[in-house]
Design a protein around this ligand. Structure first.
Ligand code: CS2
Length: 471
């Protein structure tokens, strides 16, 4: 039997399920990019508030594939979320009430235009915003070039410009657009990607956006390993039902949102979301400490032949290196919000990484290094240089990334990165990689940093004692 509205009551009592009447829901949120992270994180928060306010259900829009719609459509949008903690618990999430794809252009645009829609959220990963190294819309990107000449929407910015134009024409009123991706100042960056395209295509629309659209920044956090066969099998055992696409994540989740909405906002506070005027301290702590250390474990761990974050944390020289990096090299660059104790935050992140219930693939974290490292490590390195601190340790994950690129080049295994071609062409040449301004900006001209990377790169040579490089 398949999970669906009709079989919800067949679930065992141990599995939590929607306590609200799904037939009374209206879609107040359009979410673009309903991948695993969205379904693990935001959709679960929404599921928690729909009993109190049924106006915030989610219309999920997948721009690049039909996989989610194909899997969840026959299940009425329902799916199971496994929370991997000391004990695993299961919860069926009911907040997605509509599944759209790019094939249904008019339905997507009308959903963005509808007055009942008051929030558009996105998880399209760093590369989905098509920004250049300065944070403006990348007008040289081929997909953006096509959109500038009036082609049908294909990028996030293109869809939103078309959707907001439809909203303006329909008198749909003010709306909030909220990025839930791991970018510094994600609200500001999201605004650039949408507004720059609108300004080039239709200056009146750009002015309408200034008056009607807010772009709050957010910090999102929950470790979400990709769905695998082990999960599928355990879900069948726990629920007694077939679920075409269950999701897993750690028990911990955090969501901090800048309180800058156009009109009313979902009552997320009741579900543990923090609204704040200043989200920057939270974003920096999370991106630099958690994601920066994650990428470090990924690249160094893969060089050491390890597979998961859990294994990396069980490898003393690497776990100790990640901790030193966080405490001595990254933490000094962060001004935490008053309520945050950075040392306790680091302890908690390290404990989460070591969670024995989670097999989080290092190879998954290693994807898209060219898009992630600028936020995760390069900003920290820039701050350390400006403050006169050593960057020797911070150079190690960068050098490990360079060695990882060589591994991929030599093995022929696919390098998952939108800049794969340029990266593979430069693999083996640290100076050429450091000259990529879209990744390193002016850091590539900083002789102290370049020398530190070259030393770390030599220490991480194939066959070298890698533990010795982790000082
Ligand atoms: C990870 C993140 O895949 C990655 O690059 O670092 O997805 C990380 O698990 C999340 O940001 C945690 O909130």
């Amino acid at each position: 039997m398949k999970l669906s509205n009709a079989t919800l009551n067949d679930l065992p009592a141990t599995v939590a399920r929607p306590t609200y009447d799904r037939t009374t829901l209206t879609a107040g949120i359009v979410h673009i990019g309903p991948g695993a992270f969205h379904r693990a994180h935001q959709a679960a928060y929404v599921d928690s508030i729909l009993g109190a306010d049924p106006r915030w259900a989610i219309s999920a829009v997948a721009l690049n594939s039909t996989g989610v719609a194909d899997a969840l459509g026959p299940q009425d949008g329902l799916y199971t979320l496994a929370l991997l903690d000391r004990e695993t618990s299961h919860r069926v999430i009911g907040s997605i009430t509509e599944l759209l794809t790019a094939h249904r252009r008019d339905a997507v645009l009308s959903r963005i235009a509808a007055p009942t829609t008051r929030l558009v959220t996105t998880t399209v990963t760093e590369k989905g915003y098509h920004l250049d190294g300065t944070g403006a819309l990348d007008v040289d990107h081929p997909a953006i070039v096509r959109e500038l000449t009036g082609a049908e929407p294909s990028t996030l910015s293109g869809w939103l410009v078309a959707g907001l134009a439809a909203r303006r024409a329909a008198g749909g009123g003010t709306i909030t657009l909220m990025s839930c991706d791991n970018l510094v100042d994600n609200g500001h960056r999201f605004r650039r990607s949408v507004r720059d395209l609108a300004a080039a295509r239709d200056p009146d629309l750009a002015m309408w956006i200034d008056d009607h659209v807010r772009f709050p920044s957010t910090m999102v956090d929950s470790i979400t390993p990709a769905t695998d066969d082990t999960l599928r099998a355990s879900i069948r055992t726990a629920t007694g039902l077939d679920d075409a696409w269950p999701i897993q994540r750690e028990g911990f989740a955090q969501w901090v949102i800048e309180d800058d909405f156009a009109g009313d906002r979902p009552p997320f506070d009741a579900a543990g979301v923090q609204f704040t005027r200043d989200v920057r301290g939270f974003e920096n702590a999370k991106l630099r400490l958690l994601n920066g250390a994650h990428s470090t474990l990924a690249y160094v761990g893969l060089l050491m032949g390890l597979t998961t974050v859990r294994d990396a944390m069980a490898t003393p020289p690497l776990a100790a290196f990640a901790e030193r990096l966080m405490r001595h090299d990254i933490a000094p660059s962060i001004q935490p919000p008053a309520e945050m104790d950075l040392s306790a935050y680091i302890d908690a992140v390290l404990a989460r990484f070591a969670n024995p219930a989670i097999a989080h693939q290092l190879a998954q974290i290693a994807w898209d290094g060219s898009q992630k490292l600028p936020y995760r490590l390069c900003d920290t390195i820039r701050d350390a240089r400006a403050a006169g601190r050593s960057v020797d340790r911070l150079a190690v994950p960068i050098a490990a990334w360079f060695r990882f690129l060589e591994l991929r080049k030599d093995s022929g295994e696919k390098l998952v990165d939108p800049r794969a071609e340029a990266l593979l062409a430069r693999a083996g040449e640290p100076a050429a990689l450091l000259a990529m301004r879209d990744v390193f900006g002016d850091l590539g001209e900083d002789v102290v940093f370049v020398a530190a990377v070259e030393r770390a790169y030599a220490a991480l040579a194939p066959g070298a004692d890698l533990a010795a490089a982790l000082v």
